[in-house]
Design a protein around this ligand. Structure first.
Ligand code: 9UX
Length: 72
């Protein structure tokens, strides 16, 4: 069964930023879907918790160069 993570992502100023965040998250193992909303500074990720967790997702977004906080 999958889990859902909602993160606040700040520092994205264009849709290409959102695209790079989505691409990086989707490269992780155990990701079902990642949707990044640049206008609302949100990332929603569906993932399989046997393979990946919220903190790994958050750190991956930070590695791309944006500040990420887990909302829920
Ligand atoms: Mo374009 Mo978004 O260089 O940071 S990808 S502004």
């Amino acid at each position: 069964l999958e889990s859902r993570a909602l993160l606040s992502v700040t520092g994205m100023t264009c849709s290409a930023c959102a695209g790079s965040v989505e691409k990086a998250v989707k490269r992780l193992p155990g990701i079902k879907e990642a949707v990044v909303d640049v206008l609302n500074n949100r990332a929603q990720v569906m993932f399989y918790p046997s393979y990946v967790n919220e903190e790994t997702i958050r750190e991956t977004i930070e590695d791309v160069g944006f500040e990420a906080t887990l909302i829920m």
